[in-house]
Ligand binder design. Structure first.
Ligand code: HEM
Length: 421
């Protein structure tokens, strides 16, 4: 039986997706941090269960130590892959050491705050267009009208593809990342039908369409001198001298399409909800917009849009009196670390003036720290600069609908009334 988020304790099954449709299981995370910070969570066969790491300091230690907690020898989510599947589906997320470094470095400079700065004008224009279309209606679904399309429209510009392809990319992203939600997935991840797609990322047939689309872009841009991310991917050689294989390119391109899409969307939606739930914070930010960069860090901590990532133990290791065995799945719950009272005083209080920079929304401490973190921060800041300028009062019209997932903490529908200034 599914526990309710309020009453959940250490034995709450964090692989139970229905638990998460009622909201993040904060009480379970709290109990785990206090009572059993390295807890074994059994799973339904054939999966073999995983260790839940829930304290901020332990999560940092695990993600820093890739020699013991590898991203490469297993998947980085709960799915259990055989060696062939892992090899076929491997992106930089599932790569350790020097090769990971080389793959990351291919685009790292392009995602720096300095490289992205000239892009702010475009972002502001896009935000203005989005809000100009939505706000006159006063009552609308914030997700479909404001937050859903924005991150992908940004990515479309970075990839140098026509604006009217955004809808297609959004569709692919939703079908892949929503692979545990019946409203989004072509085939549900845990259904027998998904077996035929076992070698595809997210076990989703949408991945094939993304690969074909990426191939066509690569064909057009190879040998050119374009400044877009696809041109850079196909024309640069990684620093280790090993060129991207066709498979490397597919998985890199797909990662770019999915990584920044739902994550940024959900952060924006959660942040809007937080400001509606805390009108005093809304009023403060309207009066003092210079507080927004600080508030964005609290938005990210509060939203915790990615619940977890996984590592796999390379050897037997002791943690808090438990023995993690070589090959075991070790799950770092970023969302739990974001509510750890030893780092964030009164962590269940939304406080735009606190110093929330230790949050783990983008990961923390390890080599896989989100590559798009500066871009995401800029998108969220610009979006709320424009919302705060244009909106005087905001109300929630209904409880938001949640994505059925223990991977993304997502709101898929959020009816609001926003009255313009
Ligand atoms: C609020 C928005 C976002 C959140 C919460 C988020 C969160 C994360 C997290 C938790 C990780 C894994 C960290 C780890 O395992 O240590 C990650 C990795 C990554 N993210 Fe993001 N992300 C966001 C936006 C973006 C954007 C906009 C992009 C780019 C378009 C992006 C690209 C990536 C990539 C490429 C990786 C893999 C990095 C690596 O393996 O070295 N993300 N992100």
């Amino acid at each position: 039986m599914t526990a309710s988020p309020e009453t959940a304790g250490v034995d709450t099954d964090l692989s139970d997706l229905d638990l998460f449709t009622a909201g993040p299981p904060w009480a379970a995370f709290d109990a785990l941090r206090r009572q059993d910070p390295c807890h074994f969570n059994p799973e339904r066969a054939p999966n073999k269960g995983f260790w839940s790491i829930t304290r901020h300091a332990d999560i940092v230690a695990v993600t820093r130590d890739e020699a013991t907690f590898s991203s490469e020898i297993g998947a980085v989510n709960l799915e259990e892959l055989d060696a062939d599947q892992l090899e076929i589906r491997r992106s930089m997320l599932e790569t350790d050491g020097a090769r990971h470094f080389a793959l990351r470095r291919l685009l790292q400079r392009d995602f720096s705050a300095r490289a992205l700065a000239p892009f702010e004008t475009f972002l502001r224009g896009l935000t203005a267009t989005t809000l100009d279309a939505a706000l006159p209606r006063r009552e609308f679904d914030f997700v479909s009208e404001v937050s859903a399309d924005f991150p992908i429209r940004v990515l479309v510009r970075l990839l140098g593809i026509p604006d009217d392809h955004a809808g297609q990319l959004i569709n692919w992203g939703n079908r892949m990342v929503g692979n545990t939600d019946p409203d989004e997935a072509d085939v549900l991840l845990d259904s027998p039908e998904s077996e035929q797609y076992r070698n595809l990322p997210f076990r989703s047939p949408a991945a094939l369409e993304v690969f074909a689309y990426g191939d066509e872009l690569a064909r057009q841009r190879r040998g050119g001198d374009g400044a877009d991310l696809v041109s850079k991917l196909v024309n640069r050689t990684p620093e280790d001298g090993i060129p991207l294989s066709e498979r490397d390119f597919h998985n890199y391109f797909l990662l770019l399409v999915v990584a920044g899409n739902e994550t940024t969307r959900h952060t924006i939606t959660h942040s809007m909800k937080a400001l509606i739930d805390h009108p005093e914070a809304f009023a403060t930010l309207k009066e003092r917009p210079e507080l927004l960069p600080n508030a964005v860090e609290e938005f990210l901590r509060w939203a915790s849009p990615v619940y977890h990532f996984r590592r796999t133990a390379t050897k037997d290791v002791e943690l808090h009196g438990r023995t993690i065995r070589a090959g075991d799945k070790v799950v770092v719950w970023w969302s739990s670390g974001n509510r750890d009272a030893s780092v964030f005083a009164d962590p269940d209080r939304f406080d735009i003036t606190r110093d929330a920079r230790e949050h783990m929304a983008f990961g923390k401490g390890g080599p896989h720290l989100c590559l798009g973190n500066q871009l995401a921060r800029m998108e969220i800041r610009v979006m709320f600069e424009e919302i705060l300028r244009r909106v005087d009062s905001a109300e929630q019209l209904a409880e938001p609908k949640r994505v059925r997932s223990n991977f993304v903490n997502g709101l898929k529908e959020f009816d609001v009334r926003l009255i313009g200034a």
